[in-house]
Each structure stands twice: as structure tokens, then as C-alpha cells.
Design a protein around this ligand. Structure first.
Ligand code: C5P
Length: 213
């Protein structure tokens, strides 16, 4: 079974995707980490974030396991990731890795922005996870605070708005809800309740499938 979990930043999609993968007993791929690792490689190597060919080359030979999560999850790397993710050649360089991951025997859970629309348009289950921007900003600030990178609520809302806008308006694979994705609004949900909701969507799909066998 392939499960596509797309949605906005700090909506809870990563947490939901990890929990679903553990529940289903399949591997999970955080596709945002691929764009973050590409951006961090570029920043480290002094490659300009506009140099599409050089960035695509970095993306094409990425070893995402070689990066520490805390280095990938800084605000600066997130902003740079959304810039490199807008470049068609970078996205093209990362497509086959993601599709191969999804097509493993037994299935997989992938989370990102374009899994249900571009990477796995025929995924068995598609979720679109979103939450109110003030709540997303509050959650992201908590993460950054814990990492020793405090930021004000206003600045965080402005950053998220800029990121969302860039992700939604790019010419290739813009962030959007697939028509057949089920919306999970996590604004007023704790993690357990959001995961329960996602599980019930999958259970319903599996039940419907077994009725048609
Ligand atoms: O999800 P995360 O915040 O780690 O993603 C970082 C950036 O990578 C996003 O802002 C987005 O621009 C990009 N991304 C993407 N497509 C994906 C996953 C992430 O464009 N499938």
C-alpha cells in the first residue's frame, strides 16, 4: 500500500506519516529532507541558490542519510529548501529516488508537497494535512525554541506565509491538495487524535477494498 501524505509546513504531516508507517509496518520517506539536504549541500559548498544545473547535480548524488536532522531542520535551510525546490531540474533529479522508494514491495508512506499529485498520483491513500497558520507558527516556534533558535510569532507567520506562497505558486509541482485526497485539519487536534483520524481513513480504504474482492 502506498500512502501519500501532503500538506503545509508544521501541519503535522511528518508526525502523521511516521505514525502511519509504523502502524502499517512499512518504510517512511520524508521527502522534504531531500530538498533540505540539497539546499544545505549548496550552502556548504558555496553553490548559488539560482544555479539550477549545479543544484540538480547535487540533488542527483545526494546521500540523505549523511545529514543530521538538526542541521536540516533550521529556519535558514527550510527557506533555502523552498527556493531550490522551485527549480524544475532539481525536482526532476529527485523524482526517480522517490518513486523507487514508493514502489518497494509491501508499500511505503511518503510525506511532502507533491506526493499525491506528481510522485505517486495512483497512491492507494492520499491525505492532505493542514492547520490554521497561527497554530502552525506556534508549533514551528516551539521546535525552533527547543533547538535554541527563538523567533517571534509575527516573524514566524511572515516566514510561513512566504514559504507557502513560494511552494504554491511555483511552475513545477506546486503544493496543492490532490482532488482525491482526504483533508485532515489538525488545528484543534492533538497528535493522537490526528493520527487516529488518518488511520481511520486507511481502514476505510482497506474495508472498501476487501468488500470489492
Ligand atoms: O516539509 P519540509 O518543510 O521539510 O520541506 C522543505 C521544503 O521542501 C518545502 O518548503 C518545499 O519547498 C520543499 N518540498 C517540496 N516537495 C516535497 C517536499 C518538500 O517542494 N515533496
Amino acid at each position: 500500500m502506498i500512502v501519500a501524505v501532503d500538506g503545509t509546513l508544521a501541519s503535522g504531516k511528518g508526525t502523521i506519516a511516521r505514525a502511519l508507517a509504523a502502524w502499517l509496518g512499512v518504510p517512511h520517506l520524508d521527502t522534504g529532507a531531500l530538498y533540505r539536504a540539497t539546499a544545505l549541500s549548496a550552502l556548504t559548498a558555496g553553490v548559488r541558490l539560482e544555479d539550477e544545473a549545479a543544484l540538480a547535480e547535487l540533488a542527483g548524488c545526494l546521500d540523505v542519510e549523511a545529514f543530521e536532522d538538526r542541521d536540516l531542520r533550521t529556519a535558514a535551510v527550510g527557506q533555502a529548501a523552498s527556493k531550490v525546490a522551485a527549480l524544475p531540474a532539481v525536482r526532476a533529479a529527485l523524482v526517480s529516488f522517490q518513486r523507487n522508494f514508493a514502489e518497494r514491495p509491501g508499500g511505503a508512506v511518503l510525506d511532502g508537497r507533491d506526493i499525491g499529485t506528481v510522485i505517486c498520483p495512483t497512491a492507494d491513500v492520499k491525505l492532505w494535512v493542514d492547520a490554521d497558520i497561527a497554530e502552525r507558527a506556534r508549533r514551528r516556534r516551539k521546535e525552533l525554541d527547543a533547538a535554541g533558535q527563538p523567533i517571534s510569532q509575527d516573524k514566524m507567520v511572515a516566514e510561513l506565509t512566504e514559504r507557502d506562497e513560494r511552494d504554491r505558486s511555483r511552475s513545477v509541482a506546486p503544493m496543492q491538495k490532490a482532488k482525491d485526497a482526504v483533508l485532515i485539519d489538525t488545528t484543534d487536534l492533538c497528535i493522537d487524535a490526528a493520527v487516529d483520524k488518518a488511520r481511520s481513513v486507511i481502514t476505510a480504504v482497506l474495508d472498501a477494498r476487501s468488500r470489492h474482492l
